[in-house]
Write a protein that binds this ligand. Structure first.
Ligand code: 3PG
Ligand code: CO
Length: 542
């Protein structure tokens, strides 16, 4: 091997791999993970916080997600995330006074309908029910007479059968509002988020189905109300998880859709997170669009809760500005002349690009940054193919390491998260075992060139495949957890002369080891000075 080989330092994110109780619900403890076990015992390690205030989320027990996790890792500090900023803007009144919202309300002043579309839950990963409620109340106070909600059912960031609860909460508001003269607020369409609209892998058939339900009011499943739709589907397929519910239209007695989206209406996408909101936004916003045949595209004022694609400034109208990361890790190392790669499968494309970059999607410098994306399987449930693309990612990682060109690489393994979101134990175990083997191949390649890696996760998921409802009943869990995640510094030259800082009882967000400490730790592992605006490195030398 030539002396000019660069020794890479990698950040390997085993998405959704948390530290669980070791009990029967813990797929990670149940899986056979010889690589992980050996790394944990032989190298410096700690556990990291990934939730609530440790990643800039509003509430103490808000689960982390991949957006906030990767943004925090890339920022190297704790920044207010989208929902925190939105809540603050509601609290100080600036949200309701924004120019964008004023434009939306003005658009329907003379009679159009205001449509709210988005994920109807309080999961706070993509959206929050409170934001729907606040917008509904504001529309009412502003005198908007007609409002329709197009509800994407969750069951992925919240309990698996919770859709009715959220629907009923809005129905209560509608009863009050509709008792006033001339007001007509109601649900117009719905469907599980995995079935319609919220795709993030260019599977346009899901977006098309949602478009047809919401915009044209066409679709095979037609019901007189949200609740009747949900009840019918649950009865037809017991155990059906909310995220998988077929899409449907709410219709009147004459089978006419109660709320198609028409010329002169306004549409607000209530989701604040961009990865699963951008495709439907493109369908509404782009003149040149080849995702599917939109039929008659209505002439509407469209707004998004936040920006979903900063590079293209989409949507043009945003109720809240983007969360800014002034100096993300990727740009800092670019300025140091360190060549980098990002590697994952397309399901996690946003994570290693615009989430980690705190905004930009494309390399800032093509000669110094390679973003490598392996196409994810389409049209199958990941629980049927739990290996996903982990082996292909490992193959590619080995090549990149052996090339001797890169000083840094970010790799994301989707398996523990994506299969964890399906809520089934056996596939989750298979997913974890595949990741374990893939990581083993990568560390072997690193050892040969004298490279190193921080091996960690952005949040937990697969270590909590079941939750226990009141009375002790077991229920599958598809959502993330608030458990800490492992963090190992794999370093083939490790001689025991340093440790990684351990969690303490103080729970301070600045000192408790968390995702925000990884950027400084990477600088130190790369032998670079640590920028002093970052939260400190976790490495403690004796
Ligand atoms: C999803 O979008 O799949 C879940 O809501 C969150 O998962 P992620 O934050 O791990 O992408
Ligand atoms: Co996830």
């Amino acid at each position: 091997m030539s002396d000019r080989m660069t020794k890479p330092v990698l950040l390997i994110v085993m998405d959704g791999w948390g530290m669980g109780s070791g009990g029967p619900e813990d797929a990670i403890a149940r899986a056979n993970t010889p690589v992980f076990d050996r790394l944990w015992s032989d190298y410096a390690h700690t556990t990291l916080m990934t939730h609530g205030p440790y990643v800039g989320l509003p509430a103490k027990n808000d689960m982390g997600g991949s957006e906030v996790g990767h943004l925090t890792m890339g920022a190297g500090m704790i920044l207010d995330q989208g929902p925190t900023r939105i809540n603050k803007a509601f609290a100080d009144g600036s949200f309701l006074k924004s120019k964008a919202l004023t434009k939306v309300m003005a658009a329907v002043e003379s009679g159009g309908t205001l449509h709210l579309m988005g994920l109807l839950s309080d999961g706070n990963i993509h959206s929050h029910l409170d934001h729907f409620k606040k917008l509904i109340n504001f529309a009412f106070d502003s005198g908007v007479k007609s409002l329709r909600v197009h509800a994407l059912l969750d069951g992925r960031d919240v309990g698996i059968h919770t859709a009715q609860k959220y629907v009923c909460e809005l129905e209560e508001d509608f009863v009050f509002i509709n008792s006033r003269d001339g007001f007509d607020y109601r649900f117009a369409s719905g469907g599980g988020r995995e079935r319609i609209v919220m795709d993030r892998d260019r599977d346009w058939s899901k977006v098309e189905e949602g478009w047809n339900l919401m915009v044209h009011g066409t679709g095979a499943h037609r019901f007189p109300s949200m609740i009747s739709a949900i009840e019918h589907m649950r009865a037809e397929k017991p155990g059906l998880i909310d995220q998988d519910m077929p899409g449907f239209v709410v219709v009147d007695e004459a089978d006419r859709p109660v709320g198609p989206i028409c010329d002169g209406d306004a549409v607000v996408m209530v989701n604040f997170r961009g990865d699963r909101a951008i495709e439907i936004t493109e369908a509404f916003e782009l003149d040149e669009f080849d995702g599917f045949d939109r039929g008659n595209r209505p002439d509407v004022v469209f707004a998004g809760m936040m920006v979903y694609d900063e590079d293209r400034n989409l949507p043009a109208l945003q109720l809240m500005g983007p969360t800014k990361v002034d100096n993300p890790f990727g740009r800092r190392i670019l300025e140091l002349g360190i060549k980098q790669f990002r590697l994952t499968e397309t399901q996690k494309y946003p994570h290693v690009t615009f989430f980690f970059n705190g905004g930009y999607r494309k390399p800032l410098d093509d000669t110094m940054e390679d973003y490598i994306l392996i196409p994810s399987d389409k049209g199958v449930s990941f629980s049927e193919a739990p290996a996903m693309k982990a082996n292909e990612i490992a193959d590619r990682a080995v090549e990149l390491i052996e090339s001797g060109e890169y000083g840094f690489g970010l790799i994301n393994f989707a398996n523990a998260d994506m299969v964890g979101h399906c809520g089934r134990m056996e596939p989750a175990i298979a997913a974890i075992e595949t990741v374990d083997g893939a990581v083993g191949r990568i560390v072997e390649a690193l050892a040969k060139v004298g490279g190193a890696a921080l091996i960690t996760a952005d949040h937990g998921n697969a270590e909590e495949m079941m939750v226990y409802a009141k009375g002790g009943a077991e229920e599958a869990s598809t959502k993330h957890s608030i458990n800490p995640v492992p963090c190992i510094l794999f370093d083939p030259a490790y001689d025991g002369s340093y440790t990684l800082r351990q969690p303490d009882d103080e729970q301070s967000t600045q000192t408790q080891p968390g995702l925000a400490h990884l950027a400084a730790t990477l600088f130190e592992a790369m032998g670079q000075p640590v920028p002093d605006d970052l939260l400190p490195s976790l490495i403690q030398r004796s």
